[in-house]
Write a protein that binds this ligand. Structure first.
Ligand code: NAP
Length: 391
């Protein structure tokens, strides 16, 4: 039935910064057979976004434009019912995300986003996972720099270790780049909602079944020196370890007892201290409404790093995995993490759900659980490095 829908893919948010880059990526790299459309709340901005795509590929002059607003559930229902896959870059997701998740879960439509907001993901599990399982929709969050390199990087590492023994993996992230207004707003919003985030996590834990007869954990590490990489490691409480743990719960390849720790890697200890103090200061300021409003007003939606700034940006995540008496060190690396590579990751994930031969899954699923090797192969072909440094 879903094959009869007019579109393979609808991109929601193409008038924003990351959505615009995702549309550009699709215009350059999507196969000719892709039947796709752009969706957004402002028809004039949508038309301008399409004009930009026509400069990349004149055949896109007739690319359909769908008007939809997150405050209008009927418009989202129409989008969800018209597509096999919907990818959205409309954030902060905790404010704008749920109506589209609900529409996709109800319509049996595959849904992808690039959220890094744990509260949103946990709430969507509690409210929409069961309905998506019933309709067959795959709800795949965190398909950007949060959390594709970490989720697929651990998957790539684990597959090189025996699956019948306990496995431990440590991930060390380094990145250089600037952020967009959308990322800035989403991060400040998440910092101001630590109570809501804990409550959402508790509600999820109370109803989510654990993996049958296996143990999977994501545990905080400690600040310390990693001699092997000549760097300092600082525990990084992003959404990534949660995504990795859920992938480990979903796939037997992670073995009978899996443990993951997630770190930021830094060259110098003073950088660690300055980053910690700076973050603590911002987290304090966003708890107070007037300073939060002032901080949120510093950047306007649609702004982001220039092409030159993005060209200088990079990321590298190293993983050290041990299990069954073996040790493997791997690396995932690429260019501008937040935007060029996030656009690539989201677009390739959407094409993967639309066209690839994938395991049967439904409900809220991680990138690895939904797409695994098919997505890994796509990302490698698209220029993201996955390599084994030592085994
Ligand atoms: N995980 C990652 O690695 C990663 C990387 C990049 C971005 N992100 C996330 O992606 C999100 C977008 O970031 P961005 O920099 O692209 O933000 P942005 O430039 O501000 O774009 C926001 C988009 O949301 C749309 N929008 C806002 N309210 C809407 C509504 N009521 N109905 C329909 N559309 C609405 C805007 O439409 P208009 O143009 O009409 O205003 C715009 O298209 C953020 O949550 C950010 O954190 C995550």
């Amino acid at each position: 039935m879903r094959a009869d829908r007019p579109y393979d893919l609808v991109l929601f948010g193409a008038t924003g910064f990351t959505g615009g880059l995702t549309a550009d990526y699709l215009a350059r790299h999507a196969p000719d057979r892709l039947r796709w459309a752009l969706a957004g709340r402002n028809p004039d901005k949508l038309a301008a976004a399409r004009d930009r795509l026509v400069a990349i590929d004149p055949a896109l002059a007739d690319l359909p434009l769908l008007t939809a607003d997150v405050t209008d559930p009927a418009s989202l229902r129409a989008v969800a019912e018209s597509a096999r896959v919907v990818a959205t870059t409309v954030g902060p997701y905790v404010h704008h995300g749920e109506p589209l998740v609900a529409a996709c879960a109800a319509a049996g439509t595959d849904y992808l986003d690039i959220t890094g907001e744990p509260e949103f993901v946990d709430r969507m599990y509690v409210r929409h996972h069961a309905e998506a399982v019933r309709t067959g929709a795959r709800l795949v969050h965190a398909c950007g720099f949060d959390s594709i390199p970490h989720d697929l990087g651990v998957w790539y590492t684990v597959k090189q270790l025996p699956a019948d023994a306990p496995i431990a993996v440590d991930g060390y992230v380094r990145a250089g780049g600037r952020f967009s207004a959308g990322t800035y707003h989403s991060a400040l919003t998440a910092f101001s909602r630590t109570g809501e985030t804990s409550r959402a996590a508790r509600a999820r834990r109370a109803m989510e079944p654990g993996p049958d007869g296996r143990r999977v954990r994501a545990v905080p590490g400690r600040v310390g020196r990693v001699r092997e990489f000549d760097q300092w490691a600082v525990p990084l409480p992003t959404i990534d370890p949660q995504v990795v743990r859920r992938s480990a719960a979903a796939r037997p390849e992670y073995g009978p007892d899996f443990r993951y720790r997630h770190f930021a890697a830094m060259k110098r200890l003073p950088t660690v201290l300055v980053a910690g103090v700076g973050l603590a200061g911002v987290m304090g300021l966003v708890k107070v409404a007037p300073t939060r409003r002032w901080l949120l007003g510093r950047l306007a939606s649609g702004q982001g790093p220039t092409a030159e700034q993005r060209a200088r940006s990079w990321f590298r995540v190293r993983f050290v995995g041990t299990g069954g008496g073996q040790r493997v060190v791997t690396e995932v690396a690429g260019g501008d993490p937040g935007y060029d590579e996030t656009a690539k990751m989201l677009a390739e994930s959407a094409l993967c759900l639309a066209f690839d031969d994938l395991p049967e899954t439904a409900g809220q699923v991680t990138p690895v659980a939904a797409m695994g090797d098919a997505l890994l192969d796509r990302l490698v072909r698209a220029g993201i490095t996955f390599r084994t440094l030592s085994a």
